[in-house]
Design a binder for this molecule. Sequence first.
Ligand code: MG
Length: 252
Amino acid sequence: MTGAAGAPVVDGVLFDVDDTLVDTRAAFGEAVAAVRREFLPHVPAAREPEMLAVWRDDVHGHYRAYTRGELGFDEQRRLRADELHVALGGPRVDVDLYPRWVEVFWGAFERSWEAHDDVAATLGALVAAGVSIGSVTNARVALQESKLATAGIDGVPVLVGVDTLGFGKPDPRVFLEACRLLGTDPARTAYVGDEPDVDARAAAEAGLVGVWLDRPGIRREGPSAGSPDDAALPGVHRITGLHELHGVLGLA
Ligand SMILES: [Mg+2]
């Protein structure tokens, strides 16, 4: 069944959390700024955008190794912290410095969790349309529940996290388990996320309706990031804000 404009009609929508519902990029910006002030005082504040890019691009793919169950959470975070410091000419983040580093970085990060502006209206409209909603994330369930609560985002249960099955997206089982828990047929469930490969493409390959949320300024670069080509599959939709979601799902 399709909508009036040929768009799919869905019974459920699953959302990614970071950089989709929560403005995680901005929160990481606050975290790297706190790190610069504390550990890298020789680095001018003007280089904070570069620091943020190094953190998010994660060129050696440590976070993705974590989502495949190959690295522990703290292990990937310390490796990335150390790479950030090496890039900026700071002290090595070894196991001795790491606890204090985490306190500074994570403290600023947690204090900065906020929802994107378009989240409340989008979720409200989906619920009003009778669509079931939930989230699927490549971080731990408890962390993401806390993040959503701090950001004031209600009614989006974290159905599957990286600790649910022991691995994360892009494995198709992650998406299928979320649909099972949501109670919707994968073919009638949309998945919305900011990463073209592990979100949009992976969801489409698992049989869901893939939606790539290409928010301005949010793309990652480098070898461990997906490219726009990943989302260039038939049936995968690209939107630049959640306000476009209703239209592409035929719910407008
Ligand atoms: Mg994301």
